[in-house]
Design a protein. Structure first.
Lengths: 150, 149
């Protein structure tokens, strides 16, 4: 683990995460949390953004983007039977930075920007200078969904 | 105690001052000669090569800085407003082959920079967001416009 990684993710120590796929800029964390692995999601000309959702870097717009997939706000990151969850991270100015998706066993998966995909044991381990903190949680009934491919 | 300082014209002021030259005399010829020599040197092959190498080095350093700083970021807004990314855009048309070479080697979010530098956007609406399709559209555009990378 390089010093830059340790500085940006001080809580993501060895054992708290596992790399699951190599770095790529074909998609990003928001797409990965949405179950998409072929196109980045962001309110930006060079990315996909769901139709009808405000085209702005705000928590409200990102919650609305996930709402288009059937997610509704919930209280926390705990594992709830029959539901899958996403966590939305924002910096201390309230600008969205990252999203993670809960796996059936209660662990989480994240795409770290243009870098690797990882699984991590909870949402807290990604808190820090790079992503700020998980500020909102959403859930939807869990279905047997696989990753959407083109 | 106060000292009177004689005002001494700077070299630049002397060069620009019309009084420094006799518009019909040998001074003006010498000035033209100097300008021609400077121009020849500027366009000399070795100088051009050195400029290209310097540009490549500067681009490499800025690009590396940008990649390292934004590799864990998903925010396209942050990625494309990073100071090193903005500096690369400010290098202008000369940096296009270097961006295209990097894009062809390993796709990165260079699209905003390409749009700003060229003032065009060859990406079709149905390709938008698809990194591979956007990369192909830009490389095709470069080929059609005789830009080598």
């Amino acid at each position: 683990m390089d010093p830059d990684f340790r500085r940006k993710f001080p809580l993501l120590v060895a054992g708290a995460f596992q790399e699951i796929s190599p770095a790529t800029s074909s998609y990003n964390c928001i797409a990965w949390a949405a179950g998409v692995d072929h196109i980045p999601w962001w309110p930006h000309l060079d990315a996909f953004w769901p139709a009808g959702v405000p085209y702005e870097d705000t928590i409200d717009a990102f919650l609305k983007a996930f709402a288009t997939l059937g997610y509704t706000l919930c209280g926390d990151a705990s594992l709830e039977s029959g539901f899958e969850k996403i966590a939305l991270y924002a910096d201390f100015g309230g600008t969205p930075t990252h999203a993670a998706r809960q796996l059936p066993d209660g662990t989480w998966t994240s795409k770290l920007g243009q870098s690797i995909d990882i699984t991590h044991k909870n949402t807290i381990v990604l808190n820090g200078p790079e992503y700020g903190a998980a500020v909102r949680f959403m859930r939807r009934p869990r279905a047997d969904r696989s990753i959407i491919t083109p | 105690m106060k000292y009177a300082v004689a005002e001494k014209p700077t070299p630049l002021r002397r060069l620009l001052s019309p009084e420094s030259y006799d518009s019909t005399g040998p001074d003006l010829d010498r000035l033209f000669e100097k300008v021609l020599r400077a121009r020849e040197h500027y366009y000399a092959e070795a100088t051009m090569l050195r400029r290209a190498q310097t540009l490549e080095t500067v681009f490499g350093e800025l690009a590396n800085d940008w990649i390292v700083d934004t590799r864990f970021q998903s925010s396209m807004t942050r990625i494309t407003s990073h100071p090193s990314y903005r500096k690369i855009i400010s290098l202008g048309q000369e940096v296009l082959p270097l961006i295209l070479r990097d894009l062809a080697t390993s796709p990165k979010p260079w699209f905003a920079a390409l749009r700003e530098i060229t003032g065009t956007d060859p990406v079709q609406p149905h390709e938008r967001g698809n990194v591979r399709a956007m990369t192909s559209a830009w490389l095709r555009w470069a080929q059609n416009n005789n830009i080598r990378w």
